[in-house]
Design a binder for this molecule. Structure first.
Ligand SMILES: Nc1ncnc2c1ncn2[C@@H]1O[C@H](COP(=O)(O)OP(=O)(O)OP(=O)(O)O)[C@@H](O)[C@H]1O
Length: 290
């Protein structure tokens, strides 16, 4: 299976939300990293066929998804950034309702709902009204509804927003397991969500795809540019003003700063192994500073 994005642009009035984006995906997890407004949601909506590109096209195994139409949607599972829920429906009823919309026969839907409620650990909430669930629980209902039709292409926009650390790990494992024979595309600001599971990272910046590569490849490119230095409290502000600081860790002998720098920033600085947080800062420094 191959999903090809060919020279896709999207214009909203004078705003170019996507600018000539091209790439291909096969089975596995792909993760969009991008600052706010970089075009992730716009691209995901186009791939989920709820929005159309202003120019360019999307092909599944070399056939335009507009021609495939319903056949394409049958293969699709989509969790939008802001999912609309029916508050008065119980979790179970909501999932049956979505299953019916997707044309899934009742017996099959029941088996699938049982399986998915277990996968997202919501068995005990199956008769709870959606309006009474916590944000993280609602998000798990959203993940379950996206998987109801056993989709071959899964598009999830910030799926872990609102999930606690345990739920994030669960979600990561679920995506990793199901991606063996599926294309999974997810967007996030939280880099730990995609560590270990992403086959490729796609870095979008102001509507342009500026990188698409294996995480390790991108991390290797940062090698020799990440350093740690230990600073006393009165030195911290100066370090922050003069360098890109990716993290700070309070230790007994001072604060350990993680710094991105082309050159060794101080004689006592020690080289560190780049991680995804460093990578995010490297690409989105100006956005992060805004
Ligand atoms: N319907 C719309 N009308 C006008 N402009 C829009 C519309 N949708 C998105 N945009 C603009 O297009 C750009 C890309 O937005 P998009 O929502 O795709 O970004 P994003 O990377 O998903 O951001 P976030 O991380 O904040 O969700 C932004 O500048 C946004 O303001």
């Amino acid at each position: 299976m191959k999903l090809s994005i060919e020279r896709v642009s999207k214009q909203y009035g004078a705003k170019r939300a996507l600018d000539n984006v091209s790439f291909e995906m096969t089975e596995g997890v792909y993760a969009f990293l991008g600052a706010n407004g970089s075009g992730k949601t716009t691209l995901m909506r186009i791939l989920a066929s709820v929005a159309r590109p202003s120019s360019g096209r999307v092909l599944l195994d070399d056939v335009d998804i507009e021609l495939l139409d319903e056949k394409y949607r049958d293969l699709l599972g989509y969790l939008p950034q802001h999912m609309g829920y029916y508050k008065n429906f119980t979790v179970e009823k909501f999932l049956f309702y979505i299953a019916a919309l997707k044309g899934i026969e009742k017996g099959r839907a029941k088996a699938k709902i049982d399986e998915l409620l277990q996968a997202v650990s919501l068995q005990e909430e199956r008769r709870t009204k959606v309006g009474k669930l916590s944000g993280g629980m609602k998000q798990r209902v959203g993940i379950a509804q996206a998987l109801l039709n056993d989709p071959k292409i899964i598009i999830v926009d910030e799926p872990t927003a609102g999930l606690d650390p345990k739920e994030r790990i669960r979600f990561r494992n679920l995506m990793s397991t199901i991606s063996a024979d599926r294309i999974v595309l997810l967007s996030t600001h939280i880099v730990s969500d995609i560590e270990y599971i992403a086959k490729e990272l796609l870095i979008l910046k102001r509507g342009m795809l500026i990188q698409k590569a294996e995480p390790q490849h991108l991390l290797d490119a940062l090698s020799g540019k990440v350093w740690t230095v230990t600073a006393s409290p009165n030195e911290l502000a100066a370090w922050q003003a003069s360098h890109k600081v990716s993290s700070m860790l309070v230790r007994e002998n001072g604060t350990e700063l993680r710094i991105l720098s082309e050159n060794k920033p101080a004689p006592h600085a020690e080289e560190a192994i780049p991680n995804l947080e460093d990578l995010y800062l490297h690409y989105f420094d100006e956005e992060a500073a805004k």
